[in-house]
Design a protein around this ligand. Structure first.
Ligand SMILES: C[S@@+](CC[C@H](N)C(=O)[O-])C[C@H]1O[C@@H](n2cnc3c(N)ncnc32)[C@H](O)[C@@H]1O
Length: 292
């Protein structure tokens, strides 16, 4: 049986181990500490942990096993089995993209626009396990919400997530817009959200291990040379589905936002701009209104 240790000492060991890991992307200050605290709380059964608290050996063993998995690159949501997304528990399973905190800002941008409409309609393309669609359905209950993804595993998980969260959203297997009910939605969608696979084909191999080894390739790249294949298609196909004055909102990494703006403008979208937000305060969501 390992000896009893204070939470502070256990956390310090865990942070050291995570900082030394080559499998983790150390891009955010104190990321290792936040993750260690999150895992310790999870090992304690969800209870807040005081730093001077003695951690029982049974909990310590559980925690150290989780830290070892994380140090090997496994994303925290796979270890815990879920991610928190705007107050909703979204199940996370290998084979389906892990929801990122940064996407909470995309959901927020959609919610803001949909709340202002009388009978709002939202479509979340490339929905994965459904975090953005679920957040919208939760925060704008009057909205009709659809989520679509090419992956049947993702759609099955999104449906389970909707049931668990007790929200009303319809999830379909679809190649972008193809497969959505045209009679019901064409020309009526107020907001389309899209967090696409946008990594250029040849750059996937350069991604950190924790992404490349754990996320399926089709969630990272659309296999186009510049990674903008799905964005171009959404810009081209979107106007047929969007209502007059409807919005297309696209989440990408800061270095891709200029290219997305160029594509939207070239397709005739109006009021195109790049917005910053969330805790990270970096450019993440490009917005544009349907061409007139
Ligand atoms: C970066 S993930 C985003 C998932 C989810 N929106 C999120 O933020 O957690 C990209 C998603 O696009 C889906 N995808 C890839 N190609 C697609 C296509 N042609 N049509 C629809 N979805 C596609 C993948 O299955 C994956 O779930």
């Amino acid at each position: 049986m390992p000896p009893v240790m204070k939470a502070s000492a256990l956390l310090a060991h865990a942070v050291e181990k995570l900082e030394a890991s080559d499998a983790i992307d150390h891009w955010q200050k104190n990321r290792e500490l936040y993750e260690a605290e999150d895992l310790l709380m999870h090992a304690m059964g969800g209870q807040e942990v005081e730093l001077d608290e003695d951690v029982p050996p049974r909990v310590r063993r559980r925690f150290e096993a989780m830290v070892a998995r994380r140090a090997a690159g496994e994303p925290v949501p796979f270890i815990k089995g879920y991610a928190e997304f705007r107050g909703i528990q979204v199940l996370a399973r290998p084979g389906v993209f892990v929801p990122r905190d940064s996407s909470e800002f995309l959901a927020e941008q959609a919610v803001r626009r949909l709340r202002a409409r009388r009978s709002p309609v939202h479509v979340d393309l490339a929905t994965g396990g459904g975090p953005i669609a679920l957040a919208v359905a939760n925060e704008v209950p009057k909205a009709i919400v659809y989520g679509a993804d090419l992956s049947p595993e993702a759609v099955a998980l999104a449906r389970t997530n909707a049931k668990r969260a007790g929200v009303r959203a319809t999830f379909v297997v679809a190649d972008l817009f193809t497969g959505l009910p045209k009679r019901k939605l064409a020309g009526k969608v107020d907001v389309v959200t899209l967090h696409p696979p946008y990594v250029p084909r040849d750059e996937v191999r350069d991604l950190p291990d924790e992404i490349r080894a754990w996320e399926p390739t089709h969630t990272l790249t659309d296999q186009s040379e510049d990674g903008m294949g799905l964005v171009r298609r959404a810009a081209h196909e979107g106007p047929e589905w969007l209502a007059r004055n409807g919005w297309l909102l696209v989440e990408v990494s800061p270095d891709r936002s200029r290219e997305v703006m160029r594509i939207l403008r070239a397709a005739g979208f109006r009021e195109v701009r790049s917005t910053k937000g969330g805790d990270l305060k970096v450019t993440r969501v490009v917005v544009g209104r349907r061409p007139a």
